[in-house]
Design a protein around this ligand. Structure first.
Ligand SMILES: Cc1cc2nc3c(=O)[nH]c(=O)nc-3n(C[C@H](O)[C@H](O)[C@H](O)COP(=O)(O)OP(=O)(O)OC[C@H]3O[C@@H](n4cnc5c(N)ncnc54)[C@H](O)[C@@H]3O)c2cc1C
Ligand code: FES
Length: 399
């Protein structure tokens, strides 16, 4: 079921019900490419044609109901994947090798994230994870690498409880924290903890394409044992003389402070480098401040794994979802997105942390507050990012 936000991004629309129809277009392309002669072209099968015929044959059930019985990856209603392997990386992190089903294309850009929906305790939990593998045209799998967060609803389950063979829901790659092609001549990666994952995809891509230029990686982790991909990074360093890998073990060495000249000592030409930074919020805030102070903010690319909350919550209020005919009262800590989901509205969403804009809907009336900075939106028919806003009084939404 396509949602209102479907045309705004590159096909990354998660809804509890399914995905946009790009998956069906892909299916049509595959059928037609196998029938390229002129005669074959006249009798070209379209996905809609197949579906209509199958609908008649299989009514009252839908073809999907039969196809997914044969192979759960053959769903045209939603993107799915099978977890092939769960590879432990550290005590609390693991790489999941996933084989996507129908409708998936393998061309993510190095650094992008995907959405993954997994049932935990009878309820689907959706989260975003950076793809840690390099894009491979002929590949049939992709990997994500997850660190288990204590008390987290999904990550612990992905790392410690997920068994190979599990079918998960997927949403297509998204995000602009990406390595350009060709890469810049001089690059600096500033990484903390699980922030290595998108950078690993970039480094693996540079290695595969044999285009490792002058690259410096500064990677902080509490201990060497908790450093994800440490051995592979050391191998890359040995293989590519132009790749410098600097480790910092913060339990022993303390936190890497950007403002005390350490960066200048570690990487004297940092001003000349294009920078990608991913890690804990305070590290990214410091990087933002540092590059801004140097007037070089255009060279800095940041990826945040969690919402940076700087504004107050709202007062809460009564949300009406006009097209769905649903209504719910929520407190000022519940986002409009969460409220809609609680009310049973098929809300569109992507990253859930304010990056991708997939969740944007029109607010017909009312006021919402942005949790990131306290900004209020109160104009009639204003576009609001539901994953980062909370209601301030009654609101009516066009969904
Ligand atoms: C673009 C993007 C890319 C990402 N890529 C990666 C990646 O490659 N690898 C990775 O590991 N993560 C990544 N993340 C983070 C990931 O999406 C999840 O946010 C993370 O795994 C935590 O999910 P969770 O369900 O376990 O935690 P949630 O249940 O969402 O909880 C979030 C936080 O709240 C805390 N919390 C929850 N409930 C309680 C409670 N009752 N009491 C106290 N504290 C509580 C948890 O400890 C956790 O710190 C990415 C996020 C984004 C936005
Ligand atoms: S879901 Fe990505 S910005 Fe809201």
């Amino acid at each position: 079921m396509p949602r209102a936000g479907g045309s705004r991004t590159s096909g990354c629309v998660y809804t509890p019900q399914g995905v946009d129809e790009s998956s069906t277009h892909l299916f049509t392309e595959r059928v037609t490419s196998a029938t390229s002669s002129p005669t074959a072209k006249q009798s070209r099968l379209s996905w809609e044609g197949v579906r209509r015929a199958a609908d008649k044959l299989t009514t009252p059930l839908l073809p999907d109901d039969y196809l997914t019985l044969i192979n759960p990856l053959w769903s045209s209603r939603e993107l799915r994947g099978r977890v092939e392997e769960v590879i432990p990386e550290t005590d609390d992190a693991a790489t999941l090798i996933i084989r996507p089903g129908w409708g998936w294309h393998y061309q993510h850009r190095p650094g992008q994230f995907v959405g993954i929906g997994v049932q935990v305790g009878g309820k689907f939990q959706w989260r975003s994870y950076s793809v840690s593998s390099a894009p491979v045209k002929s590949g049939r799998t992709l990997s994500i690498t997850v660190r288990a967060m204590p008390e987290g609803k999904l990550s612990e389950h992905l790392v410690k409880g997920l068994t190979p063979g599990t079918i998960v829901r997927l949403a297509t790659p998204n995000g602009d924290f990406v390595l350009p092609d060709p890469p810049p001549p001089k690059t600096l990666f500033l990484v903390g903890g699980s922030g290595i994952t998108p950078v690993m995809s970039m480094l693996r891509t540079l290695d595969r394409r044999n285009s490792m230029g002058d690259v410096v990686l500064h990677y902080s982790s509490t201990t060497p044992e908790r450093m994800i991909f440490r051995a592979e990074l050391q191998e890359l360093h040995e293989k590519h003389p132009t790749f410098t890998f600097r480790e910092r073990h913060t339990d022993a060495d303390g936190i890497f402070a950007l403002d005390n000249g350490t960066l200048g000592e570690l990487c004297p030409d940092w001003r000349e480098r294009e920078v990608w930074a991913c890690g804990p919020g305070p590290m990214l805030d410091a990087a933002e401040g540092h590059w801004e102070a140097a007037g070089l903010e255009d060279q800095l690319h940041l990826e945040r794994f969690s919402l940076a909350l700087k504004g107050d919550g709202g007062e809460g209020g009564s949300l009406s979802f006009q097209n769905s005919g649903k209504q719910i009262d929520v407190d000022g800590a519940t986002t409009v997105l969460e409220a809609g989901e609680q009310a049973g509205v098929g809300m569109p969403f992507g990253c859930r942390v304010g990056i991708c804009h997939t969740c944007t809907v029109t607010m017909i009336s009312g006021t919402v507050r942005d949790l990131r900075n306290g900004a209020e939106f109160d104009q009639p028919n204003e576009q609001v990012q539901t994953c980062v806003t909370v209601p301030v009084g009654p609101c009516v939404l066009n969904i």
